[in-house]
Design a protein around this ligand. Structure first.
Ligand code: 13P
Length: 234
């Protein structure tokens, strides 16, 4: 794994969103979309969104071990960002700590989509980064998508390894586990998780003819600069 330099991404802080039916519906839709798009099956992965309840900052997260098709608004769990206390009828995802630690350390993120998507997870099972073999890697914020060191799911060590791999990035792989996509909101985080899976698929396909060509650091910096400034609709 390449060692990162700094933690900040230079992006503005995520919007302040109230916990309520609109956010809860969006979160359930996002979780179900991970299944529909083949990024998760049954009850793998988890989804969270930053929100506030009065003066308390926290996140809403999917409950542990309940299939997304069965989710109702009241099944989602609010977890305090500072104290990690959860309130709701259900127990939160076993990965609540990783979501909370990332959202606390990275104020620019408003949502996180964690998947076990096949190609990204296959790469993670070799502990490999997704290298700069294609310029679209830059949508994840840097010249590669790093693979975080392995730690047992739900542990503080997993949070720490994920935060290191996410430095200057919106996504990382988790060794022998899956992928984490982060974004300004749920749609953004889902798009990042899907982009990582798409790129990992292309990478594995390209590898069948040998290790693909890599773009050099200068070219990736040019692409990153274009994505930050001139690329897209005005
Ligand atoms: P949860 O059901 O606890 O969210 O766990 C699913 C998972 O994929 C853990 O990485």
């Amino acid at each position: 794994m390449n060692e990162p330099s700094t933690r900040s991404s230079g992006l503005p802080p995520a919007e302040r969103v109230e916990d309520g039916p609109t956010l809860r519906q969006q979160l359930i839709r996002t979780a179900r979309t991970t299944i529909a798009r083949g990024l998760n099956v049954n009850k793998s992965g988890n989804v969270s969104a930053r929100c506030v309840r009065g003066a308390t900052e926290g996140l809403l997260i999917t409950p542990t071990a309940i299939a997304y098709r069965e989710l109702a608004e009241q099944d989602l769990v609010f977890v305090g960002l500072q104290d990690g206390r959860s309130s709701g009828e259900r127990a939160p995802s076993s990965e609540w700590r990783m979501h909370a630690d990332i959202l606390r350390e990275r104020p620019e993120f408003g949502a996180i989509v964690h998947t076990h998507s096949p190609a990204a997870t296959a790469l993670s099972c070799h502990g490999l980064d997704l290298p700069p073999f294609h310029y679209m890697i830059a949508v994840c914020g840097g010249p590669d998508v790093r693979c975080a060191r392995y730690a047992t799911f739900g542990t503080p060590d997993l949070s720490e390894h994920a935060l290191v791999a996410l430095q200057d990035r919106k996504a990382c792989l988790l060794c022998n586990h899956g992928c984490v996509g982060c974004g300004a909101d749920l749609a953004d985080a889902l798009a990042i998780a899907q982009e990582v899976e798409h790129l990992a698929r292309i990478y594995l396909l390209a590898q069948q003819l040998g290790e693909p060509l890599r773009l050099d650091e200068a070219e990736m910096q040019r692409v990153l600069q274009k994505f930050r400034t001139s690329y897209g609709q005005r």
